[in-house]
Design a protein around this ligand. Structure first.
Ligand code: GUN
Length: 282
């Protein structure tokens, strides 16, 4: 049976470390602040934003949640972003995605000051990640990397397979694994012989957003399986992209859903926000 990689335990450790540093900064009269802009009332986004605000509170980070109505124009949103960019009391800034259809996400992300881009979504931070320069790493792949590190296994020379090629998870995950000297295969909806490729994976990271997409027969014995998916099942419960029970019988390590990657994503945002504040102080 696979060992569980607990997002709950790892995230608690990361948040405690962040909280200690935030407290030390506070004693030097330095506060750490995250601004979160949410447009409209997408229920999933509202849940995520509430979670981020709670995490901030737990870490001693000040949070400003800026709620804008669904009909906010792109120009109005860009103005809010610019105001946060220019406000020296704001260390980290994120705009919750998705945005309403009449707003171009690219234009909004491009407007975020790279030094406050704690999501790691701006072209400057993405470009730095590609060439291996210090930057804000996107929170989900950074969290997955922490979970992989927690196994104590070396990634060098291993076959790593990433399923899903989104800009937020799959693509950056492939880059980070490459930087760890893994041999990386990035699979997607057009990939042929997906099951065959997955069966060769020593490290399998799945981010496709489809419940039980990865079945037990696609998991190599002894693999490390990282499940990024969060899907609401017909049973009303949350399920990952991996058939957890079947995969657990093959893998050496596996992440649960819930209680896995999602918690690490949030913890990494706290770490990035602290890092932003430290960098801005020089
Ligand atoms: N929507 C879903 N995940 C994310 C995320 O990590 N950051 C932002 N800004 N929006 C999201």
């Amino acid at each position: 049976m696979a060992k569980l990689i607990s997002g709950k335990e790892l995230a608690a450790r990361v948040k405690q470390e962040v909280a200690q540093e935030v407290q030390a900064l506070r004693q030097k009269q330095i506060t750490v602040r995250l601004a979160v802009i949410i447009v409209g009332e997408n229920p999933a986004s509202m849940t995520y934003v509430a979670g981020k605000a709670r995490d901030c509170e737990a870490c001693g980070i000040e949070s400003d949640v800026i709620r804008l109505p669904e009909q906010t124009t792109e120009a109005e949103l860009l103005e809010r972003v610019r105001a946060c960019n220019e406000d020296p009391s704001v260390n980290g800034l994120l705009v919750q995605l998705p945005l309403p259809k009449h707003i171009c996400e690219k234009n909004v992300i491009d407007a975020i000051a790279p030094e406050k881009d704690v999501d790691g979504f701006t072209p400057v931070n993405v470009g730095k990640m590609v060439i291996g320069e210090s930057c804000f790493l996107p929170c989900t792949p950074a969290g997955c990397l922490e979970m992989l590190r927690s196994t104590g296994l070396s990634m060098a020379g291993k076959n790593a397979v990433v399923v899903g090629r989104s800009n937020i998870v799959g693509k950056p995950m492939a880059l980070l694994l490459c930087a760890q000297n893994a041999t990386v295969t990035l699979c997607h909806s057009r990939t042929q012989d997906l099951a065959e490729i997955c069966r060769r994976a020593d490290i399998l990271v799945v981010a496709v957003g489809r419940e039980r997409f990865i079945t037990g027969d696609m998991v190599k014995p002894g693999a490390v399986v990282i499940d990024v998916g969060i899907n609401r099942g017909a049973d009303g419960k949350l399920h990952g992209d991996v058939d957890f029970e079947a995969a657990s019988e093959k893998a050496a390590f596996i992440t649960p859903v819930p209680g896995g990657v999602g918690l690490m994503t949030r913890a990494m945002l706290m770490r990035n926000t602290l890092e932003a504040a430290k960098r801005q102080r020089g």
